[in-house]
Design a protein around this ligand. Structure first.
Ligand code: GDP
Ligand code: IMO
Ligand code: MG
Length: 437
């Protein structure tokens, strides 16, 4: 069978966690392919809410296998915070979670480096989640990082000590006061101690060569769903560089981050919000600096799942959406959080960018170019509650019209409209979702 992919088409937080959880009953294996604890994937059901950072969002179905792929970077301390919160809810992720031996580790000193680099950038800071993502991927690409498969090596401690010293040297060069810097509320030494304890606990997991495991699943006829983190506009190559994360968030990242050949990719589901949000720094052409933006933030509870920071809000951006669709080879769309726009009289959608009198529907190299101005279409809002209207026929007419408009502009079907954070608040527009054969 082929591997279906779910990934974000905007700046992250599109609702990937919710949809992966909704799709999980249809698949045998759920595999996360990139990113690390910078992600915050929210899942709500039966009045309970969970936020996952590293663990795939299929974990709430104990009979399904979850995999942390080689493209993911793991902070054992944060992973075990997640594990402990699941254990407290009578779920045991150690039983149905496999971890790739090739996944790299985020060290406590990577967190210091992240903080030192951000502090040195002043007003130009990226707005990183400060989880050590950039520095850990840097070590991977510098070919010095530690991997899960190294945990039992006799040289693990000396490699760790070498990397830590190398990192601290840089931190000192940056004149970063790491002695007084708190990592998740703890001074470095205490965090390091807790981290090393978590490293020991990590050995409880089953480590696998996940590329072999997943390819065997495919040839045995098992269905695999790949879960992305972040979003296409945060991709290291195609996002609004340098205001991006440090991995390939696109479909190609699923191939590299799981060891799956491109020909094995089945349906690519692209998830987008009915509007746009962004957390952290960087260009955002359709951002609203007015009460409509405030309204979206309030109605959509747009505060980061990982850092709690307020998310910037704005109108849907079609050039950006079509760019993301192109890069990912999206086959089907899923529109999230349409309910957040319930009380809006009218809705705007950016259809192109204008620069010095010239219109373009392409994303420019420099999205932050101040001469770029979004050009909008205005559509009527549905101005009525979608609450409880979980069947297609009951949806407000202008919500259906908005959906049809986006389908026309993208040339793709919107298969699902999500109208709330709970599993059940999901409208399947085109009938049952089919797993790729
Ligand atoms: P992810 O990172 O893509 O998994 O998304 P996040 O979990 O960071 O952010 C999405 C937020 O929106 C979470 O708080 C979800 O519970 C919530 N959410 C998901 N879908 C919907 C929806 O259709 N409507 C509303 N109102 N909230 C939603
Ligand atoms: P999920 O998977 C939204 C943003 C950060 C910052 C930039 C770089 O929940 O959608 P990093 O920590 O990677 O160095 O941060 O990327 N960012 C996210 N924004 N959702 C995420 O993940 C994000 N992961 C990173 O805010 O602007
Ligand atoms: Mg998130």
């Amino acid at each position: 069978m082929k591997v279906d992919v779910i990934l974000g088409l905007q700046w992250g937080d599109e609702g990937k966690g919710k949809i992966v959880d909704v799709f999980t009953p249809r698949y045998d294996v759920i595999a996360r392919f990139q990113g690390g604890p910078n992600a915050g994937h929210t899942i709500e059901f039966d009045g309970k809410k969970f936020v996952l950072h590293t663990i795939p969002s299929g974990i709430f179905h104990p009979e399904k296998q979850n995999v942390i792929g080689n493209g993911v970077i793991i902070d054992p301390f944060i992973l075990f915070q997640e594990v402990d919160s699941l254990l407290a809810s009578n779920l045991n992720p150690i039983e149905n979670l496999l971890v790739s031996r090739r996944a790299h580790l985020i060290l406590p000193s990577h967190r210091l480096l992240d903080a030192a680099y951000e502090a040195s950038k002043g007003a130009d800071k990226i707005g990183s989640t400060l989880k050590g993502i950039g520095p850990a991927y840097t070590d991977k690409y510098s070919r010095v990082g530690l991997r899960v498969g190294n945990l039992n090596d006799s040289s693990f401690n000396s490699c760790y000590a070498y990397l830590k010293e190398r990192h601290l040297e840089i931190v000192r060069q940056y004149k970063f006061d790491y002695i007084n810097y708190l990592i998740d509320g703890l001074p470095f030494d205490e965090y390091e101690e807790a981290w090393l304890e978590s490293v020991k606990r990590l050995k409880q997991f089953r480590f696998v060569d996940s590329e072999y495991y997943l390819n065997r699943c495919i040839s045995d006829g098992k269905s695999v769903l790949a879960e992305g983190a972040q979003g296409t506009l945060l991709d290291i190559d195609f996002g609004s560089f340098p205001y991006v994360t440090s991995s390939n968030t696109i479909t190609a990242g699923a191939c590299a981050g799981l060891g799956i050949a491109p020909g094995q990719i089945g349906t690519v589901y692209g998830i987008f919000k009915a509007y746009c949000t962004r957390v952290g720094g960087g260009p955002f052409p359709t951002e609203l600096h007015n009460e409509q933006g405030d309204h979206l933030r309030k109605a959509g509870h747009e505060f980061g799942s990982t850092t709690g920071r307020p998310r910037r809000c704005g109108w849907l951006d079609l050039p950006a959406l079509n760019y993301a669709i192109m890069l990912n080879g999206v086959n089907k769309l899923i529109m999230m959080k349409a309910d957040v726009m319930d009380s809006m009289e009218s809705i705007r959608v950016c259809t192109s960018y204008e620069r010095e009198g010239i219109l373009s529907d392409k994303l420019p190299f420099d999205l932050g170019d101040e001469k770029i101005h979004p050009v909008y279409d205005t559509l009527p809002g549905w101005n009525s509650s979608s609450d409880g209207r979980m069947i297609l026929e009951a949806l407000p007419g202008n919500l259906v019209a908005y959906t049809n408009y986006i389908e026309q502009a993208t040339g793709l079907p919107i298969e699902i409209i999500s109208l709330g954070p709970d599993r059940t608040q999901t409208v399947f527009r085109k009938g049952e979702i089919k797993v790729s054969a």
